[in-house]
Design a protein around this ligand. Structure first.
Ligand SMILES: Nc1ncnc2c1ncn2[C@@H]1O[C@H](COP(=O)(O)OP(=O)(O)O)[C@@H](O)[C@H]1O
Ligand SMILES: [Mg+2]
Length: 231
């Protein structure tokens, strides 16, 4: 297996992490728009989006066939595919890769589901080390209000119903998100995550994130090609 570790590729990899409703996707999308306007080549990659495992994941989820271990392995396959086919080529081309969730999502969720922390960390050894990992820290109540306000129904696995903690899906979601948040908090020091106070306004957070990233991009040339499509 190819191990990328702390890569020497010309591009940069920024990732966002945090519980559902912490504002990750909102911030990443604004970041991408700004970086493109600044003239950088930007490439997005989203958790669980690889065509390689899409059908299997859908079937497994619909039929409630996934166990914590198979769920974990499917997500690892998804990321391995995206890293080899998309993320590394983009980094080689000098792009700024923005990833919506990365290995820490697996470390938080799979461990909350009972998978061994060592096993899941070993499993993802193939992953490229991010230039910077942002962790959007938000109290459970704030994120739940955002999520439950914005969406119709919770899904079985995202609510952690497979853990059989309670039959009430909203209660299960609260419990599961709380477990995931505890895992994230433990990882702040372990992996040096950059913590953003995600209770503040969208604009306030975006300004902070941009200021941090600007310093990380000092040595990255702006590119005449503004976007990169790799299929
Ligand atoms: N700072 C914020 N304050 C208030 N609402 C927010 C904030 N950031 C995001 N939201 C809203 O919360 C919801 C979830 O945001 P989203 O970016 O999708 O979170 P995530 O990707 O972390 O699940 C969306 O409806 C979004 O508009
Ligand atoms: Mg999101």
């Amino acid at each position: 297996m190819q191990l990328y570790g702390a890569h020497k590729l010309p591009g940069k990899l920024f990732i966002v992490e945090g519980i559902d409703g912490s504002g990750k996707s909102t911030q990443l999308s604004l970041l991408g728009q700004w970086l493109r306007r600044e003239g950088y080549m930007v490439f997005f990659s989203e958790w669980n989006s690889s065509p390689l495992v899409k059908a299997t994941t859908r079937r497994g989820k619909n039929k409630h066939m996934l166990t914590p271990t198979t769920f974990s392995l499917i997500h690892a396959t998804d990321l391995a595919d995206r890293i080899e086919r998309h993320i590394v080529p983009a980094l080689k081309a000098g792009a700024i890769v923005l990833a919506d969730r990365y290995i820490f999502t697996a470390f938080a969720r799979d461990v909350a589901r009972g998978v061994s922390p060592t096993l899941v960390r070993d499993l993802y050894k193939f992953a490229v080390k991010p230039t910077r990992a942002f962790y959007f820290r938000v109290p459970l109540d704030v994120s739940l209000k955002r999520i439950l306000g914005a969406r119709a129904a919770l899904k079985y696995y995202e609510a952690g119903m497979d853990l059989e903690m309670t039959e009430d899906i909203e209660e299960s979601f609260r419990l599961f998100q709380g477990m995931i948040r505890d895992r994230y908090e433990e990882m702040v020091d372990e992996f040096g995550l950059t913590v953003i106070d995600a209770t503040r306004s969208i604009e306030h957070q975006q300004n902070e994130v941009r200021a941090i990233i600007e310093r990380d991009l000092i040595d990255v040339p702006k590119h005449p090609v503004r976007s990169l499509v790799i299929e």
